[in-house]
Ligand binder design. Structure first.
Ligand code: NAD
Length: 332
């Protein structure tokens, strides 16, 4: 019989890629989102536009047991969305409501393979003050002190899914994603993350031009290419391990280094203008010891390999969107 999967947040970046992968594996896939995918035609067999904050919508889309359920829907964005403080109430209310609704109905339907995407943003800020030596080992989560309400909601929801495992014998798996990037993701408009924003700025800059970067650029991060994220997600769901476990890259770079890598791919000389802006923690890197130990797998693609594909896609988007005849300039 054809296996059936449900992808919540299928109109988003990771959800869109996950649907494609599940289709390639032969699944019948239902996708659900508030909106259609902005950068690709959905590969889902059944795409439902609906608001998962509404329990009735959740009840209607989780209308069977499903072989696999992936819960990726969340109110989220990059630093410009999460760290300004302006969206805190929405982020917490919207995402927590979705998760409460989903786990409730999934239990009623007897779903026993449910994946939940938490985030590295739930790690304590006090372990991420040294850009050269951040600690994001899974067992470093407590005492909890995320640096954003987005991180607090993720921490609450990962605990929620694991509590359902304990009390109701469910089989939810929790991953903590670290900065996922790649083609067909948000690349402008304010919700984009650093790799996409930098690719856009470099694509729009002239050779020898200058781009704005928030902070001194010495803050460090690691970035995981989307195909690796999807692979790790599927492997975790099909494993016997509930997590929480990091799904991220451990190739840590500073934001200045990231700019240099993208400039190199673009074949341009790019200067950086450091401006004040939301930065998040000073350092963050995925600790991949646990995923390797429990799944016998860890991401292996290099940052450069992922950036090459991402830059190519974003550069194409900027050309498509630039008004004819007007030279594009780098914005903030
Ligand atoms: P995304 O914003 O592209 O996708 C999330 C999707 O959820 C969006 O399409 C959005 O419309 C949908 N959604 C939001 N509220 C909804 C609602 N009420 N009803 C139905 N759909 C709703 O983000 P993404 O990068 O694909 O991330 C997927 C998941 O992974 C999210 O839970 C996110 O928090 C988590 N995560 C992502 C990253 C990353 O680097 N991309 C890092 C850590 C965690």
């Amino acid at each position: 019989m054809t296996r059936q999967a449900l992808v919540l947040g299928a109109g988003g970046f990771i959800g869109g890629h996950l649907v494609k992968r599940l289709k390639a594996e032969g699944f019948w896939v239902r996708g659900v989102d508030l909106k259609e995918h902005e950068h690709a035609v959905t590969a889902a067999d059944d795409f439902v536009m609906g608001d998962l904050r509404d329990q009735q919508v959740v009840d209607a889309v989780i209308d069977r047991k499903f072989d696999e359920v992936y819960q990726l829907a969340a109110d989220m964005g990059g630093a410009g969305y999460i760290f300004t403080g302006e969206h805190d109430a929405d982020i917490m209310h919207n995402s927590a409501t979705i998760n409460l609704n989903v786990v409730h109905k999934a239990r009623e339907r007897g779903v026993d393979n449910l994946f939940y995407s938490s985030s590295a943003c739930m790690y304590p800020a006090y372990n991420q003050e040294d850009p050269d030596n951040p600690n994001c080992a899974e067992d470093s989560a407590y005492p909890a002190a995320p640096d954003s309400e987005y991180g607090w909601e993720k921490l609450f929801s990962e605990r929620l899914y694991l509590a359902y495992n304990r009390n109701y014998g469910m089989n939810c798996r929790v991953a903590r994603y670290h900065n996922i990037f790649g083609p067909e993701g948000t690349w402008d408009g304010g919700k984009e993350k650093a790799p996409a924003a930098i690719c856009r700025k470099v694509a729009l800059a002239a050779d020898g031009g200058t781009i704005d970067v928030w902070g001194d650029g010495l803050q460090t991060r690691s970035f995981l290419y989307i195909d690796e994220c999807v692979e790790g997600t599927i492997r975790l769901l099909r494993s016997g391990f509930e997590g929480p476990v990091n799904i991220g890259s451990d190739e840590m770079v500073s934001i200045n280094q990231l700019v240099a890598m993208v400039a190199d791919i673009a074949g341009k000389t790019i200067h950086i203008n450091h401006i004040p802006g939301p930065e998040g923690v000073r350092g963050r890197n995925s600790d991949n010891r646990l995923i390797e130990e429990r799944l016998g797998w860890r991401p292996s693609a290099t940052l450069t390999q992922g950036l090459e594909k991402t830059y190519e896609w974003i550069e194409r988007q900027t050309r498509r969107n630039a008004p004819a005849g007007q030279p594009a300039t780098a914005g903030a």
